[in-house]
Ligand binder design. Structure first.
Ligand code: FES
Ligand code: FES
Length: 162
């Protein structure tokens, strides 16, 4: 299949990649760009492991064509830590502090879905958090600790601590 060079803005860095019309964003991010924080689980839109932010919204990168993402701003889990100091984003830290990470396979997607929610709605209710995370499956921790982690981040944000 004929390939085309596209420019993808990922974590505020523009990458030029050679893609075919059917190359999936998740595969380009992981295999061509080498950002393996984005996970590929089911590959068919069921698990949320591949979640990235596209123009600030949580999207499943296994359902997106890379070629369609030119001109959009993509953020992966590698892009939310402090780029200068390497310090984790407070939401990542909250997951660690609350033991909401076990194997970590679902964690990037969980964090990015939560971030998209809180960026748009800094004071979500428990129901709104659950709704935002309902497409992200975790096979390890159960969801209580994950919910606690997000709620604690929301709380810290409200208190101006982060
Ligand atoms: S890998 Fe994309 S939803 Fe499962
Ligand atoms: S921590 Fe293992 S799948 Fe969620």
């Amino acid at each position: 299949m004929k390939k085309k060079i596209v420019k993808l803005d990922i974590n505020n860095h523009v990458y030029e990649v050679l893609v075919s019309a059917t190359d999936l964003l998740v595969d380009v991010i992981r295999k061509q760009i080498g950002l393996t924080g984005t996970k590929k689980g089911c590959g068919q839109g069921d698990c949320g492991a591949c979640t990235v932010l596209v123009d600030g919204e949580a999207q499943l990168s296994c359902l997106m064509l890379a070629i369609a993402c030119e001109g959009k701003k993509i953020t992966t889990i590698e892009g939310i830590a402090n780029q200068e100091t390497g310090e984790l984003h407070p939401l990542q830290q909250a997951f660690l502090d609350h033991g909401a990470v076990q194997c970590g396979f679902c964690t990037p997607g969980m964090v990015l879905s939560s971030k998209a929610l809180v960026d748009n709605n800094p004071t979500p209710t428990e129901e709104e958090i659950k709704h935002a995370l309902e497409g992200n499956l975790c096979r390890c921790t159960g969801y209580v600790l994950i919910l606690e982690a997000v709620e604690s981040y929301v709380d810290s944000l409200a208190k101006g601590e982060v």
